[in-house]
Ligand binder design. Structure first.
Ligand code: ZN
Length: 52
């Protein structure tokens, strides 16, 4: 699965880790992350992320 990086702050979304603190379980592909999920570091929307 592809990792995605937050353009504004550099946070990397790793599907193997997910974002359990914000309701995204480990093993969740980027495509399956909810559209209203935001970067846990800076609050950027999904559309501000790029494939790493
Ligand atoms: Zn960010």
């Amino acid at each position: 699965m592809d990792r995605y990086v937050c353009d504004p702050c550099g946070y990397v979304y790793d599907p193997a880790e997910g974002d359990p603190d914000n309701g995204v379980a480990p093993g969740t592909a980027w495509e399956d992350v909810p559209a209203d999920w935001v970067c846990p570091v800076c609050g950027a929307d999904k559309d501000q992320f790029s494939k790493e």
